[in-house]
Design a protein around this ligand. Structure first.
Ligand SMILES: NC(=O)c1ccc[n+]([C@@H]2O[C@H](COP(=O)([O-])OP(=O)(O)OC[C@H]3O[C@@H](n4cnc5c(N)ncnc54)[C@H](OP(=O)(O)O)[C@@H]3O)[C@@H](O)[C@H]2O)c1
Length: 273
């Protein structure tokens, strides 16, 4: 297959791109930090998914190398940690612009090619955060929820053109770079959310550092893409993350919030008074 993949310079995007290359597929990989070169069995090109001109240039390069696009894989993403009250609208926009509108832009550039071919596969990296909220990740969670809803609409619209859509929903994996996990500018040392933020993000970092194997995820994405009929959802998560999604769907919200809050914040420290 000719596979075009975004966000392939780091983390799960890199591991997935390398898994496609190892499986013998032609991989055209994009990221802002790439320069034009062939390495690790992939054709690398600069790509900024927030910039239309950059997307057009990437598509032209990719067409010259591969002629067609059998599979488009969206991995580009950034994360912003901070309280809802203190995250600026610019910071929300930045995350939405990369994590959601980046996918929309890429799809609008590639769908005409896939329709002309009469086939194509689109794999969109969502997250467990696309299914439930986690404290201090509201921008990212909102963007991934947008991806989930968008993908359902897209699948119904394009299926008659032979195009399939798959949402990859990873739980925590070891691989993501700190470079893409910003803190909101509004989070000052004396923030009223400071204590909760430190406890919550401490747990988030711990879970990522002890997360699942990114190579295994890459292989599972390749395997799903090679099927005649891709699954619409591919959830790759630990048993407790699968359970968290299940409980989120069946428990009353107050109970679910209590469980997640106690998981992320632990016990409240006793005050001196
Ligand atoms: N790691 C996890 O545990 C985990 C869990 C759930 C979901 N995910 C999802 O998996 C994907 C990869 O995340 P990660 O944490 O594994 O990787 P990461 O280390 O955070 O890497 C992010 C990638 O996105 C690229 N990127 C950022 N902004 C971009 C832009 N404007 N245009 C093009 N590329 C851009 C970066 O490359 P450049 O800076 O070179 O552009 C980099 O390759 C994301 O969609 C993320 O939401 C990850």
């Amino acid at each position: 297959m000719n596979v075009w993949i975004t966000g392939a310079s780091s983390g799960l995007g890199l591991h997935t791109a390398m898994a496609f290359a190892k499986a013998g597929h032609t991989v055209i990989a994009g990221a802002r930090s790439f320069r034009e070169e062939k390495r690790d069995g992939m054709y690398c090109f600069p790509l900024d998914v927030t910039n239309d001109a950059s997307i057009r240039a990437f598509v032209e390069h990719a067409k010259q190398i591969s002629g067609s696009v059998d599979c488009l894989v969206h991995c580009a993403g950034i994360l912003m940690l901070g309280a809802c009250e203190e995250t600026t609208l610019e910071e929300y926009s930045k995350v939405m612009n990369t994590d959601f509108f980046g996918m929309v832009r890429m799809n609008q550039a590639v769908l005409p090619l896939m329709r002309a071919q009469g086939k194509g596969k689109i794999i969109m990296f969502s997250s467990i955060n696309g299914l439930l909220g986690i404290p201090f990740q509201s921008a990212y969670t909102a963007a991934k929820h947008a991806v989930e809803g968008y993908a359902e609409c897209l699948q119904m619209e394009v299926q008659d053109f032979g195009i399939q859509v798959c949402l990859v929903e990873p739980g925590d994996h070891r691989s993501g770079s700190e470079a893409y996990r910003g803190h909101t500018s509004g989070m000052k040392d004396d923030s009223v959310y400071g204590d909760l933020f430190r406890r919550g993000t401490g747990k988030i970092h711990h879970d990522e550092q002890n997360g699942s194997d990114p190579d295994r995820l890459g292989r599972r994405v390749v395997h799903a893409s090679e099927k005649k009929h891709m699954p619409f959802r591919l959830r790759v998560a630990s048993p407790d993350q699968h359970l968290a999604v299940l409980l989120h769907d069946i428990l009353p919200p107050f109970l679910n919030h209590r469980i997640l809050s106690s998981y992320y914040f632990g016990k409240k420290e006793k005050s001196d008074g």
